[in-house]
Write a protein that binds this ligand. Structure first.
Ligand SMILES: [Zn+2]
Length: 272
């Protein structure tokens, strides 16, 4: 958490609330979030700049910054929430929460708070055009090359679940939606990716697309995750984190195993 649907929900919130506003000041409580960037450099690049857009790539959020709202961006604010990060829109007067690591005060009495319980998140300002992390294709973009996705699967001799978590294969899928997409495709997470038939690979691509599309429409998964306004998502996982519950398809008890160090829940009867 948060994965593609949750980050996409945040992006849409930022488009509405932050784009077109200037960053008036910055408060950095935990430097760890800057991932090596100096506080001085962060401030120099961010303060006084206007947020001119909001983009998402995989689980990353990018906010292009320009000297004024009509100029082209010279810097990009890069955000990654990692495991427990959270971004909230509050009023300027609101104090930073217990796990608050960074705060951006915006025009018109608004502020963006970055909270991070585990301190693994990232927030830094890069020069626009600077090389960003290498990520695979976006599964919700109309030009997602499913044939290339299938080809990549056929070259991997590891468990299919592990392949889905690799951000270079498909960007934005994490533990929740990997379990959910495999359930939808009726594929066991332990299957070696290279052994999937052509039709199984096609079914998996379609399941990833359907699962993510549904989750985006519902503002992400219900749980610890909240959107920019503190609202929880409405997507209810069918198998993820539901060990022992009845399979929604065949009623057999769902099983949880460890796969590549990640908890993985699936139906041992109807996922093959
Ligand atoms: Zn089942």
């Amino acid at each position: 958490m948060p994965e593609l649907p949750e980050v996409e929900t945040l992006k849409r919130g930022l488009e509405k609330e932050a784009v077109g506003r200037k960053i008036l000041s910055v408060e950095i409580v935990n430097q760890k979030v800057l991932k090596g960037q100096s506080e001085v450099e962060f401030r120099d690049r961010a303060v006084g700049k206007c947020i001119v857009g909001a983009d998402r790539r995989g689980k990353y959020l990018f906010l292009p910054l320009a000297v004024n709202c009509l100029s082209s961006p010279s810097f990009t604010l890069c955000l990654h929430l990692n495991m427990r990060g959270c971004l909230r829109l509050v009023t300027e007067e609101a104090p930073l929460e217990k796990y608050g690591v960074l705060r951006l005060v915006l025009e018109e009495g608004k502020a963006l708070h970055f909270e991070d319980m585990w301190g693994w998140g990232e927030c830094r300002v890069a020069v626009t055009g600077e090389s960003l992390p290498k990520l695979g294709e976006e599964p919700l973009e109309p030009d997602w090359d499913r044939g290339e996705f299938a080809r990549l699967l056929s070259t991997r001799r590891v468990a299919i679940k592990t392949v889905l978590l690799d951000q270079k294969i498909v960007a934005g899928v994490g533990n929740i939606y990997a379990d959910e997409a495999l359930f939808r495709a009726q594929l066991a997470p332990t299957r070696v990716a290279a052994t999937l038939t052509v039709s199984e690979r096609e079914r998996l691509a379609e399941s990833i697309w359907q699962t993510l599309t549904e989750a985006v429409a519902q503002g992400g998964t219900r749980g610890d995750y909240v959107d920019l306004y503190g609202q929880a998502g409405r997507y209810l996982p069918q198998v993820y984190d539901r060990e022992g519950a009845a399979c929604p398809r065949c009623t057999a008890p769902l099983k949880k195993i460890k796969l590549g160090g990640r908890g993985t829940t699936f139906c041992p009867v109807c996922q093959n």
